[in-house]
Write a protein of this length. Structure first.
Lengths: 383, 400
């Protein structure tokens, strides 16, 4: 770090020791799966004199995503918006209101053309020219199309912004669509979830600030560090799945004992997210839906959350459920049909072959005995 | 007969002419174009198609195997059974080349050839049964000396090559390659010694494969002595197989069965069979207890069937001297021993693990393709033997 920068950091982070600050940077690096050396780079990036401007647009949403962000504590919200980024527009968090807020947004866009980060939560209604969501007299569609072309990076926060989420659930009365659909052709990072873990957004933003580029994304625009694996793969209840111990009713014995929730309709096997490893709310183990005994709803996966009923069984793509899923430790007194038939068939062939051989072979004893006897004599002569 | 020098040039054509010369076996009266041969060829073609399907689409598509039932009839019947059927090769080779029991010389070639086919089929089946057939050669260069599987792989390769070498004099004779013939004959005792060593190890190591599965294999079969049980039953099976083959060839070809040889083989079956009976009952009494035969459901029945058909009845039949003089009785006893020991291998490989597999929800009935491949393998062995009997000097005693 250069001396003037650390001076700036000291001033800005009064009360935060250098040690704590670097620790935070290293934790952020680790949560994105980056090497430890990245911690230093992150520290450099976020102590840079000019904080990167962020414009946060909210459309058809419930403010859950922002609420989720408010609960982050490393960094805390105040640390985030006062020290890390310059949150120039947010309906929920702006001190300003009305025309003042709109003016601030206009000014920021003008000043930071091509440099600001655009975060959007909520879906965009498109039916009837998008009249079902209006802010300051403009439809969401207009606002988005005005703002997006000037952004350096666009992040769709939450399932609604990612593909429509609950707003686009059938019958989708407003014809709501996700941001990637509206801004077809542009790279839009999606952070699906209802709400998503704030750290997935923070990590993405900090990655962008540090390396001046977006983290690696999958085909749906989701950062791979957060959405690269199925919930099922890292689920703390996975051993119960593998052992065949399933809760079959809410509150039954196995449910109380923390068994697998697959049969209650858990969508973990088809949902990509890091919930089991990242958890929610920074309150320790078990603080995520499956951890508290509720099946995964599939909120981060288009076509699962808000689309399939909660109680339906998830498709297990990577692992076909074996027949023993019916019972945990079946004490079947009966032999399964296939091997029973095979054993019976084999026994039949054995008895048949032996019996036929004995009946035919031993019956002919007298007559053939003479023939083979003469054969023996001939053979003796030859030798 | 076709003259191959016309098609393949004087050198290769000449060699082919010599190979295809079947005048010496005219007296056997072997006809190649029979309905039976056609059926065999159909089965072989079917098996080839199955093998291709297996290689292209994988085990899941072609077999009824799954994670809970990973070893089916390709292992239990083709490999365990095929190798046991091949045991005759090393026993007769040892009797003739090492112990110099001359009267068995007339069957040594047939039994070694039979063993060669048995091992060839086992090797083919193992290749198709492992998940990645094309890396079957890995154990040869990537040694895992702590694994029984490694021992099995090494033995199959080494012993199949040994059997090929032991059979090679028949071909060299035919081609008139006297130099090569001389070499092989000079090394024969060493080769046979090596082969006997490998066989003793290999027959038992197939049983030793199951040593690691005490929780899977039913206690009726699981024993720390299972390698020895495999070895002894394989010796019984080998003797019976050779005897069976000798009688069968005498029945279908115009070829006289040497009765004193068959009597000797039958005595061997009784000797080893009696010991095996004591061994098996001793195991059941000291292990799970006799009562387990009647309380383990169909497994107890399978055990009793295997013992009755494979061991007790044939031994009782052959124990009587007058019965051993009767070809038909020996033949019947041979069939029973072969069927019984094959049943033993199926019991160990398939039925004996059903309790365990059932506990985790597994079930198994061989798929059509598994059965067809097995049938094709057997057909290949029969046809191969027939072809060799026609074109090679398989029964040298008839020639003198």
């Amino acid at each position: 770090m250069k001396p003037e920068e650390s001076e700036y950091a000291k001033q800005k982070l009064s009360g935060v020791s250098r040690r704590d600050f670097l620790k935070f940077c290293t934790v952020m690096a680790a949560s994105m799966g980056l090497p430890l050396s990245a911690g230093a780079k992150i520290a450099e990036a976020i102590t840079a004199v000019k904080r990167p401007p962020v414009i946060w647009l909210s459309f058809q949403e419930c403010t859950g995503c922002v609420e989720s962000l408010l609960r982050a504590n490393h960094p805390t919200l105040e640390h985030l918006i006062l020290d890390l980024i310059s949150l120039d527009y947010s309906e929920t968090l702006s001190a300003a209101a009305g025309h003042q807020a709109e003016a601030a947004k206009e000014a920021s866009i003008k000043e930071n053309k091509g440099k600001f980060i655009l975060v959007v939560d909520g879906a965009v209604p498109t039916k009837d020219n998008g009249i079902y969501c209006k802010i300051a007299g403009k439809t969401a569609l207009q606002i988005l199309n005005e703002t997006a072309p000037h952004a350096a990076a666009i992040v769709a926060m939450g399932s609604c912004a990612s593909w429509g989420g609950v707003a686009a659930a059938a019958p989708n009365p407003t014809d709501a669509k996700g941001i990637p659909e509206i801004l077809a052709g542009k790279t839009v990072v999606t952070i699906p979830g209802c709400p998503p873990s704030p750290y997935n957004l923070l990590s993405t933003l900090i990655h962008f600030l540090t390396y001046k580029k977006l983290p690696e994304l999958d085909s749906k625009g989701r950062p791979k560090f957060a959405y690269g694996r199925l919930i099922h793969e890292n689920c703390e209840r996975r051993p119960h799945f593998d052992a065949g111990r399933f809760a079959t009713q809410f509150g039954d014995d196995l449910h109380r004992q923390g068994a697998c929730l697959f049969k209650l309709g858990c969508k973990g096997p088809e949902t990509h997210a890091n919930c089991p490893s990242l958890l929610f709310g920074d309150v320790g183990a078990g603080s995520w839906p499956v951890g508290t005994g509720h099946p995964c709803f599939g909120c981060t996966e288009k076509g699962v959350g808000f689309s399939t009923p909660l109680h339906t069984l998830a498709n297990i793509g990577a692992f076909t459920p074996p027949t023993f899923f019916t019972e945990a430790f079946p004490d079947k007194g009966v032999v399964p049909g296939g091997v029973k038939a095979f054993a019976a068939g084999t026994a039949g062939v054995v008895i048949g072959a032996a019996g036929a051989a004995m009946l035919t072979g031993l019956g002919k004893k007298g007559k053939d005995g003479k023939d083979s006897g003469s054969g023996d004599n001939d053979h003796g002569k030859e030798e | 007969m076709t003259d191959f020098t016309k098609f393949a040039g004087p050198k290769l054509g000449g060699a082919l002419n010599k190979l295809m010369d079947d005048r010496h076996s005219d007296h056997l009266g072997i006809k190649m174009d029979t309905p039976f041969t056609r059926v065999l060829i159909m089965l072989i073609l079917g098996a080839v198609a199955v093998a291709a399907y297996r290689v292209i689409f994988g085990l899941g598509a072609s077999t009824n195997l799954n994670d809970y039932w990973p070893w089916g009839i390709w292992i239990a019947f083709d490999v365990l059974g095929g190798v046991a059927m091949a045991a005759g090769g090393f026993i007769i080779a040892a009797m003739v080349y090492l112990l110099n029991w001359k009267k068995y010389k007339c069957i040594v070639r047939a039994s070694i050839l039979n063993a060669f086919f048995g091992y060839l089929l086992a090797a083919l089946s193992i290749t198709l049964d492992i998940g990645r057939s094309f890396v079957i050669w890995h154990p040869m260069v990537m040694w895992q000396v702590n694994s029984i599987m490694f021992i099995v792989a090494l033995h199959v390769v080494a012993y199949t090559s040994t059997l090929a070498t032991e059979s090679s004099p028949m071909i060299f004779e035919k081609l008139g390659w006297n130099k090569a013939l001389g070499w092989v004959n000079r090394c024969m005792v060493g080769i046979v010694l090596f082969g006997v060593l490998l066989s003793l190890l290999h027959q038992s190591s197939l049983g030793a494969v199951y040593l690691i599965a005490p929780s899977k294999l039913s206690p009726l079969w699981y024993s720390k002595h299972i390698p020895y049980m495999f070895l002894i039953s394989a010796i019984m099976m080998g003797l019976s197989m050779v005897s069976f083959e000798t009688i069968l060839t005498s029945k279908v070809f115009n070829h006289e069965a040497p009765k004193d040889v068959l009597d000797g083989l039958a005595k061997g079956v009784v000797f080893f069979g009696s010991f095996y009976t004591l061994f098996k009952f001793g195991h059941v009494i000291t292990g799970p207890g006799i009562g387990a035969l009647f309380t383990s459901g169909f497994l107890g029945f399978m055990w009793l069937l295997e013992m009755a058909v494979g061991i007790v009845i044939p031994c009782v039949l052959l124990a009587k001297k007058s019965n051993r003089a009767d070809l038909n009785t020996i033949f019947v006893a041979n069939i029973m021993v072969i069927v019984g020991v094959l049943l033993n291998r199926l019991n160990v490989g398939v039925f004996g693990v059903s309790d365990y597999a059932n506990r985790v929800g597994g079930d198994y009935f061989p798929s059509f393709m598994e059965l067809l491949l097995t049938a094709g393998m057997i057909a290949f062995a029969i046809l191969g033997f027939k072809v060799c009997a026609k074109y090679l000097n398989l029964f040298p005693e008839d020639h003198h």
